[in-house]
Every structure is written in structure tokens, then in C-alpha cells.
Write a protein that binds this ligand. Structure first.
Ligand code: FES
Length: 127
């Protein structure tokens, strides 16, 4: 069996929503101290819905695929749903990741969480 699913390879080769957003409403940046990979998520929010999302990931293929899939999963979704996004959902949407690569999907969950926190902080409200 191939180590990586077709979906992982697809999102790694053709990542969706790459880049940054000028005047983003929320920005989250997280890193993994062990592997040194860094993920940054930019959110644009309109009436409590993610109207746009972009990412910049300096990391491994699984981190890029996880960022790409995670942004696809939250685009157009209400913040109440975005808050509940787990790395498990990202991994499942990618048809799985090897066990030693699961932390790459955790980075996506954390980056989105950090971007949401930043958004709420800018709104002057607690998460
Ligand atoms: Fe660390 Fe993938 S190896 S994010």
C-alpha cells in the first residue's frame, strides 16, 4: 500500500488556497518544535462566516496537504463550525496520514485555532 493516499498527493501537488490575505481579520501562526515546520493561516470573516482563507506553510508534504484540506473544509463555513474542526477531520478528509505524520494535521487544527483566537481578540471578545 502506498504510504500516502491519492488525496494527500493531490493536495500536496496542487495545494488549494495558498498565499496570504491583505487586511486579514484573523492570522494564526504555529510551529512544531520537533520538525521545525511552520504554518500560517489567514482568515477573512464576513457575518460570522469564513468568506476567505489562505495559508502559507513552510513544511513537509503532509503539512502542506493538511493545510490545503483544512482551508477547503472551513471555507464558507460559519465560525461555530470552524471552531470544531479537529485534526481527525482533516486526516479523514485526506483519507488518512501515516501515524508519524499525524502531527502535521495537528498543526492545521492549531493554526486555524490561533487565527480564530486572533480574530476574536481583534473583535474585543473572548473565545
Ligand atoms: Fe512536521 Fe510534517 S513533519 S509538520
Amino acid at each position: 500500500m502506498a504510504l500516502y493516499s491519492e488525496k494527500v498527493m493531490d493536495h500536496f501537488r496542487n495545494p488549494r488556497n495558498v498565499g496570504s490575505i491583505e487586511n486579514a481579520d484573523g492570522i494564526g501562526e504555529v510551529g512544531n518544535a520537533k520538525c521545525g515546520d511552520i504554518m500560517k493561516i489567514y482568515l477573512k470573516v464576513d457575518h460570522d462566516v469564513v468568506s476567505d482563507v489562505k495559508f502559507e506553510t513552510f513544511g513537509c508534504g503532509s503539512a502542506i496537504a493538511s493545510s490545503s484540506m483544512a482551508t477547503e473544509l472551513i471555507k464558507g463555513k460559519p465560525l461555530s463550525e470552524v471552531k470544531k474542526l479537529t485534526n481527525k477531520a482533516v486526516t479523514e478528509a485526506l483519507d488518512g496520514l501515516p501515524a508519524h505524520k499525524l502531527h502535521c494535521s495537528v498543526l492545521a487544527e492549531e493554526a486555524i485555532g490561533a487565527a480564530l483566537e486572533d480574530y476574536y481578540r481583534k473583535q474585543g471578545a473572548a473565545v
